[in-house]
Design a protein around this ligand. Structure first.
Ligand SMILES: [Zn+2]
Length: 83
C-alpha cells in the first residue's frame, strides 16, 4: 500500500491499482503538503519535491514518472505491466 512519506502524515492510497495510487498520492502531496510553496501552480500542473528545498512544477504525467523513479524499487516496476 502506497503511503505518504512525509513525517507525521498517515495518508495512504486506497486506489485499486499502483498507477491510480500514485496519482492519488500526487494529488495528496499537492493538497496536503504544497501549501508552503510560495508559487502559483497552473491548472493541470503539480509541484514535486525533488530535493532538500527544490520543487519542480511539472505536468501530472511527468510527476508520475518522477514519482516512479523515486519509487523504483517498489510500485513502479509493477505499474509497467499495464502498458
Ligand atoms: Zn501526506
Amino acid at each position: 500500500m502506497l503511503q505518504c512519506s512525509r513525517p507525521g502524515c498517515g495518508w495512504q492510497a486506497f486506489a485499486p491499482s499502483a498507477a491510480a495510487a500514485q496519482e492519488q498520492y500526487l494529488v495528496h502531496l499537492v493538497e496536503a503538503h504544497a501549501t508552503d510553496v510560495d508559487a502559483e501552480i497552473p491548472d493541470g500542473m503539480v509541484q514535486v519535491h525533488v530535493g532538500d528545498d527544490e520543487w519542480m512544477t511539472v505536468s501530472f504525467d511527468e510527476a508520475t514518472e518522477l514519482h516512479e523513479l523515486k519509487q523504483s524499487t517498489d510500485v513502479s516496476t509493477r505499474q509497467r505491466e499495464r502498458d
